[in-house]
Design a protein around this ligand. Structure first.
Ligand code: ZN
Ligand code: FE
Length: 257
């Protein structure tokens, strides 16, 4: 499977997934139709499938036009997003398989950012939408901190370390500045800041990351870090936070960073 990153809107990413054998393709989170159609045409592939990670407009904004241009498109989302994802005709429930061409994948239901948020998995790659970003995570709009903690640290966090994570927004630089404010002594964060600055200065994007890198740099996967705990305890006054309380505190600090 080949993956092409398609920048959309201001800082969104859609991804075109191509089955190299059949030249059939799927698109993850088409924020808008035009940039997707352009890449589909350039690559001479047949778009068969839309894979939505959640219902927010900046992830489904292109659905309507893509379906209008091709009424046979399969539009996947979580079963609980029925009525919220334009054109949805596939309602994913536990154990369902996703396929296009000869590619087969699965999904994880990871509520927290929204109640129907899912990540799509194709062998060693995962598409996380707004649930997990490089060095950050999405805001908790429809879930609890405990749900989001579980989604990120266990449901996604249990994948193998070399899993490549394709996320929904180019927020990495700011996320890392926040991460550094919590862990000024974490050299991995500084290393990643240098790498990301270089990429961005060349007009390149920071997607994908890997789970291994995230475990070293993403504060939402590092609720056990003694340095983070020291920093947030100073700001929070409670000194024996559970992991979930630490997660919640980090999320609150990030919300107003
Ligand atoms: Zn969102
Ligand atoms: Fe978004």
């Amino acid at each position: 499977m080949e993956i092409i990153t398609i920048p959309c809107l201001k800082d969104n990413f859609a991804y075109l997934l191509i089955c190299k054998k059949s030249l059939e393709a799927a698109v993850v989170d088409p924020s808008e139709a035009f940039p997707v159609q352009k890449i589909v045409k350039q690559n001479g592939v047949k778009l068969k499938t839309i894979l939505n990670t959640h219902h927010h407009w900046d992830h489904v904004g292109g659905n309507k036009d893509l379906v209008a241009a091709n009424p046979d498109l399969l539009v996947f989302g979580h079963e609980s997003d029925r009525g919220r994802i334009p054109g949805q005709n596939k309602f994913l429930k536990k154990g369902d398989i996703i396929s296009f061409g000869e590619v087969k994948g699965s999904f994880i239901h990871n509520p927290g950012h929204t109640s129907g948020a899912i990540s799509y998995i194709f062998s060693k790659t995962v598409f996380t939408g707004d649930t997990l970003f490089a060095a950050g995570c999405g805001r908790i709009f429809e879930g609890t901190p405990a749900q989001m903690f579980n989604s990120i640290n266990f449901l996604i966090g249990q994948l193998s370390d070399d899993t490549e994570i394709y996320f929904g927004h180019e927020y990495t630089e700011n996320n890392l500045i926040f991460a550094k404010s919590l862990e000024p002594l974490n050299l991995e964060i500084q290393k990643k800041i240098n790498k990301v600055k270089y990429l961005r200065s060349k007009g390149k994007y920071t997607t994908p990351t890997t789970l291994k890198e995230e475990k070293k740099t993403n504060p939402f996967l590092r609720c056990d870090s003694s340095e983070i705990r020291k920093t947030i305890t100073l700001k929070n006054s409670k000194n024996s936070l559970s992991k979930i309380q630490a997660f919640e505190t980090i999320r609150e600090l990030k919300d107003c960073f």
